[in-house]
Structures are given as C-alpha cells and as structure tokens.
Design a protein around this ligand. Structure first.
Ligand code: BV8
Ligand code: ZN
Length: 248
C-alpha cells in the first residue's frame, strides 16, 4: 500500500506535522462541510459562520451550533484519530494541526494538538470575554441565545468564523511545525480554507515530503509527493503498522 520511498522517509523522519480537516472525523459520524451530507448544504456558511450573522440573528446561529454540539457530544474518536495518537509516540517531534472544532484528537490521546479554528466545547462572552463550558450555558435562561451571568453580554461558541483571525499562538506553533516537518500530512481536508490551507505549501517550500490522505483528489493533490486515496480511518491504522515494522 505504501511506496518504498515513503517507507524510507517514515523511517528517517525526525519531525512530522499533520493537518486534519472534517474528513478525519467523518467516520465518527461528524458531517463534513462540503460533502453531499455537508452541513453547509442546509445552511450557507455566509449566513452562519460569521460575526455579523451572529449579531443579526444569534438564535439562528446558536440553533446550528447546538445541533453540532449535540452531534459532537454523542460521538467518539475513530481508528484514524487513535492511529495518529499512537504515531505521535514514535517520533520526537510530532504535531497535529486541526481545523476541526470537535476535540476528537485530544480525546483519542494526542498530546500536541493545535486548534486553528477553535473548539466547540468552549464558549465566551463577546462583551467581557468570560469563558463558559457547554454545561454552564445550558443553565442559561435563554438557551436560544445564551447570556453572560456576569455582564449579560451575548455568549458565542469559541470557534473562528469567516473573516476572523486565527488564534495567534495556535497559528504560530502550526507554522513552526510545518516549517520544520520532514513529512507533512494533509488528511481529510478539501484544502480550500485559508490560512490553514497554506500550511502544506509552507511545509513543502521548506523541503517537507507532502502526503495527502483523502477519499478524493483535492486542490492539493497535484502538489503532493504522495496521494493515498481512501478513508483515513482505514489507512491510518495500516500506516501505523507499517511504521511500527520500520522501527523493529
Ligand atoms: C481569515 C470554524 C483574515 C467554524 C471554519 C478568497 C481566497 C482566499 C481566502 C479567502 C477568500 N475569501 C475569504 C477568504 C478567507 C476565508 C477563506 O479561506 N474562505 C474560503 C472558503 C475561500 N478564511 C477566513 O475567513 C479565515 N480568516 O482569513 O481572516 C483576516 C485578516 C485580517 C484581519 C481579519 C481577518 C477563517 C477561516 C475559518 C473559518 N471557520 N470553521 C465552524 O466549524 O463552525 S471553516 C470550516 O472549513 C471548518 O473549520 C473546516 O475544518 C474548514 C475546512 O473544511 P474541511 O475541514 O476541509 O472540510 P470539507 O468538508 O471542506 O472537506 C472534507 C474533506 O474530507 C473532503 O476533501 C473529503 O473528500 C474528505 N473526506 C471525507 N470523508 C473522508 C475524507 N477523507 C478521508 N477519510 C474520510 N473518511
Ligand atoms: Zn460578560
């Protein structure tokens, strides 16, 4: 399944960076954004994942996020998340850079995880910045548009919306990881949302071996050194096995 060239790279790699998108969580039951069952289908991202839409219609945006919070609360990591958590133990320098907000990499045991687009399990007040867990906002009188207990400001999910800057430390750490990677994986992402989608090229420009794992070709496929077509939940356990054999 894996080329000799790739297996040699895996044996000699010192540093690995992995960019993941919605596709790695698809087999856990989390709908992707742009696939046939894509959650953008029902709603247009412009209507929902941006600050103005939130101010104009917090109830509608919250309806969408409660729907996703429910899905994410009911699912578990899949073999792809677990395989990456095991792979991390085999390399000195291993970072997961995720666009996902579902917290599944941490729940699978991955230690170094940079969340570029936030985390749906956290929420904060847009007026005073106070953080709230999902449990805390469930106490809120008005669940449809939860308010801050301290200053009565609107509470929002702690995710990065379109037109918003990514969290500075997560971005800086991800850029550093991409620049020093010997192998850069792009897994389960359509690679069209920037600036996250610029990381594979940043890595490649610094000499990384670029590997894409996806069920179909993407904007990135032509630039990749290795394109492995298939489900990440099936491919990653096989990749872990191949790497483990390399180190025996
Ligand atoms: C910013 C969080 C700047 C919220 C999300 C024109 C050109 C270039 C850029 C722009 C432009 N116009 C606007 C921009 C900027 C914009 C952008 O990139 N837009 C795109 C759509 C063109 N970016 C931004 O706005 C970013 N901020 O640029 O700020 C700035 C500068 C100065 C001052 C102020 C601001 C912020 C972007 C973050 C948006 N937030 N999500 C939420 O989740 O609710 S984006 C959303 O898309 C998710 O985070 C998601 O992760 C991300 C990317 O999608 P994917 O993860 O790739 O998911 P998708 O469904 O697309 O693909 C799934 C893939 O998996 C598919 O390829 C499929 O084949 C594959 N797959 C499916 N099943 C499997 C599988 N693969 C393997 N195994 C399987 N089983
Ligand atoms: Zn407040």
């Amino acid at each position: 399944m894996f080329s000799e060239r790739f297996l040699t790279k895996l044996r000699n790699a010192r540093s690995i960076a992995v960019l993941t998108g919605a596709g790695i969580s698809a087999e856990s039951g989390v709908p992707t954004f742009r696939g046939d069952d894509g959650i953008w289908k029902k709603f247009k991202s412009e209507e929902l994942a941006n600050f103005d839409a939130f101010i104009q219609n917090p109830e509608l945006v919250w309806e969408w996020y409660w729907h996703r919070k429910q899905i994410i609360a009911s699912i578990r990591p899949n073999p792809g998340h677990y395989a990456l958590a095991e792979m991390e133990k085999l390399y000195n320098c291993f970072a997961i850079i995720t666009q996902n907000i579902d917290n599944l990499h941490r729940r699978a045991g991955s230690k170094t995880v940079y969340e570029l687009h936030g985390n749906i399990e956290r929420n904060y007040c847009i007026a005073c910045g106070k953080y709230f867990s999902n449990e805390e906002i469930l106490q809120s009188q008005d669940k449809k548009a939860p308010r801050c207990v301290t200053c009565n400001g609107l509470v929002r999910p702690d995710v990065v919306w379109f037109g918003e800057l990514l969290p500075q430390d997560a971005w800086n750490a991800s850029e550093r990881a991409a620049k020093r990677a010997d192998i850069f994986f792009s897994i389960g992402t359509s690679a069209i949302v920037y600036p996250a989608a610029s990381l594979p090229e940043i890595a490649k420009n610094e000499g990384a071996y670029l590997v894409e794992i996806n069920v179909e070709a993407t904007e990135l496929s032509l630039k990749a050194d290795e394109v492995i077509l298939g489900k990440s939940g099936e491919i990653l356990p096989k990749l872990l096995e191949a790497i483990t054999l390399q180190f025996q």
